[in-house]
Design a protein around this ligand. Sequence first.
Ligand code: NAD
Ligand code: TDX
Length: 333
Amino acid sequence: MAKYLITGGAGFIGANFVHLLSNETDHEVTVLDALTYAGNKASIEGLLGNRIKLVHGDIRDHGLVHELVEDHDTVVHFAAESHNDNSLESPDSFVTTNVVGTFNLLDAATKSSKRYHHISTDEVYGDLELDDPQRFTETTPYNPSSPYSSTKASSDLLVKAWVRSFGLQATITNCSNNYGPYQHIEKFIPRQITNVLLGIRPKLYGSGENVRDWIHVEDHNRAVLKVIEEGQIGETYLIGADGEKNNLEVTKLILQLMGKSEDDFDFVKDRAGHDLRYAIDSTKLRTELGWVPKYTSFESGLEQTIDWYTQNPGWWQPLKAQVEARYASQGHV
Ligand code: NAD
Ligand code: TDX
């Protein structure tokens, strides 16, 4: 039994990770989450009690971060501003949360000699051509495109520097696009599912040719746990499940699974600087740590996700009008 501090544990991936720790380990867990627009206490409410606690606080609060890190064995850092479209409109909080917030955690984990795991993204590597035979690996040079991905890249570089300069006991994982329950409805897949549920046509940026490498959130989180338990200190592991699909294919599949016509969607204004393709080669994680994904069928993972949003309107419906109003102001409708 260990004491885990989970930052961003009321967000999409962090909340799913807290469910995994609750169901499959006997660790004590403290969630540190600022409950921004992207955090939702309801995602972990049913788990809160003696073993799982929530501290409503900000990773930019240096004193609070030091106090909490000192009292735990392992820090798993999910908290971030995570949405590319928002980072184009108002990048400030991306810099303060993703860079300065990460610095606070690294400083505290170094000073109190704690194990630190850093959650990052494949977007730090930039994008690939559609026909590029090489996928991202642990040695691909960093080349981020957006304010979001450049702040995530900055935070990864801080971790690497703290490992080398101060001996921080850290690992990093860079994962591809996640889907599954509890994902904020500003993101692509839940935006389209909830649109269809409300009779609104899905909205596809540009020509829909952009490719993302989809992985179910549970597969991501099981890989994270494996890296924390068995990974080599100082190492980076890429997490991906060979799930490349373009946005047009995903939109058509959602429409088909929800009993609508495949053409029942709109093309809308593209995202500025829109990355064309992400693709992960996860050979290192698979061969060194023996991780394999459970969700090998994207279609059945997507069906399960559609069911979850259909069964849980109370979780997402209160957010919908505001999310769509923001997209309208950005011209993505
Ligand atoms: P999310 O936006 O759903 O959740 C982020 C959480 O962090 C929220 O609960 C929010 O309240 C909290 N938070 C934000 N700023 C904070 C602050 N200053 N202090 C404390 N808490 C704060 O994000 P997500 O999709 O769950 O992503 C989690 C992590 O995984 C991020 O680091 C992201 O970069 C990374 N990642 C995401 C994906 C993906 O597909 N979603 C893929 C790879 C990596
Ligand atoms: O309405 C939409 N229509 C559309 O075509 C939205 C919201 C998105 N898109 C496109 C843009 C992307 O090509 O769908 C793709 C996925 O978009 P997002 O869900 O915004 O994800 P992305 O920008 O790829 O980044 C995600 O994966 C990597 C997460 O938000 C990041 O946090 C993670 O690091």
